[in-house]
Design a protein around this ligand. Structure first.
Ligand SMILES: NC(=O)c1ccc[n+]([C@@H]2O[C@H](COP(=O)([O-])OP(=O)(O)OC[C@H]3O[C@@H](n4cnc5c(N)ncnc54)[C@H](OP(=O)(O)O)[C@@H]3O)[C@@H](O)[C@H]2O)c1
Length: 288
């Protein structure tokens, strides 16, 4: 099986790269933005044709949520137009395209977990551009799997866990938002489960959207508190509201997703978020 990964220098791309030696039967090609710009159709087509993959895993995205509010064109260019280019190539070459979206596409005020068939009404430019990318892929005629992911973190690149470890060691108190509820996603779990689903796809290829996040629910403030607890960091946390924090882009208040659909495919429950957090902290210790 041949798999091409785009956006290979991003957080999730690096996660796949770190795991690839554990999958010796797969022939991998990892493409950074320099090697394969998903908004450049000619160069993307050349790279894809010369490798001839069975699957493309698209880890490329414009993910600067706040900057997107002022850079709408840049966000849509990567998250919609870039995805439409990959989808067109996938369709023409019979490649199955695996793509990552976000809980931001829902942005609904519910008191039950979001399900894949809920309506999407994203409020931020980032969320709107990611939803536009989903629609471009769904309408392309390509064979696809879309994962809607929330609060992604890992041992790689910049993310909430690594930021908290840095700030918690240098400050006495941090103000963290405590009125957004969701679930963190450990990118190692996501990458491994993506590959498990690919093995199943060889038998039964269907187009699906899956919610994907670790089990349970929390707030950013509690997430930070548990990071500090497990690392014995004494920094205090002061919970503040989304409005007090005042980020330029609106954030969903309710990001808790129902993951039963993917759990049925995997025949397994997804790890509780705190269990995966501990695994990531151990991995970071081992890498230090
Ligand atoms: N991080 C989260 O909390 C989160 C939450 C939910 C869903 N997601 C989704 O999960 C996926 C992976 O996220 P991530 O955290 O790994 O993102 P990331 O770390 O920002 O990585 C994205 C990568 O895409 C590259 N890229 C940007 N424009 C490109 C282009 N035109 N062609 C090729 N590559 C391009 C970026 O390169 P440069 O850095 O050089 O621009 C970067 O290496 C994304 O689809 C994201 O929307 C993320």
């Amino acid at each position: 099986m041949r798999i091409l990964v785009t956006g290979a220098n991003g957080q999730l791309g690096r996660q796949f790269n770190s795991l690839h030696n554990s999958y010796p039967k797969i022939i991998w090609k990892f493409c950074s933005k320099n090697e394969l710009d998903i908004t450049d159709s000619n160069s993307a087509l050349n790279v894809v044709n010369s490798f001839n993959p069975d699957y493309m895993i698209n880890c490329a995205a414009y993910t600067a949520v706040d900057k997107a509010e002022e850079n709408q064109n840049a966000a849509f260019r990567v998250n919609e137009y870039g995805v439409s280019i990959l989808a067109q190539i996938a369709k023409e070459s019979g490649i199955h395209l695996i793509h990552y979206s976000t809980d931001y596409v829902y942005d609904l005020l519910k008191n039950t977990p979001l399900i894949e068939t809920d309506i999407c009404q994203p409020k931020s430019i980032y969320g709107k551009s990611k939803r536009a990318g989903e629609i471009a892929l769904i309408n392309s005629g390509a064979s696809y799997t879309i994962y809607r992911v929330s609060w992604l973190y890992s041992s790689y690149n910049n993310n909430f866990v690594k930021t908290m470890l840095k700030l918690g060691s240098s400050r006495n108190e941090l103000k963290i938002v405590n009125d957004q509820i969701g679930a963190p996603t450990y990118s190692k779990n996501l990458a491994e489960d993506t590959l498990k689903v690919i093995s199943g796809l060889q038998v039964n290829k269907t187009n699906e959207i899956y919610n994907y996040c670790n089990g349970g629910q929390t707030t950013w403030a509690e997430f930070a508190e548990r990071i500090f607890h497990h690392k014995s960091i004494s920094c205090k946390i002061k919970g503040i509201s989304t409005e007090e924090y005042g980020a330029p882009a609106p954030r969903p208040k309710w990001s808790v997703m129902n993951t039963l659909k993917i759990e049925n495919i995997l025949s397994a429950k997804l790890n509780h978020w705190e269990e995966s957090l501990v695994e990531c902290l151990e991995e970071l210790d081992a890498m230090a």
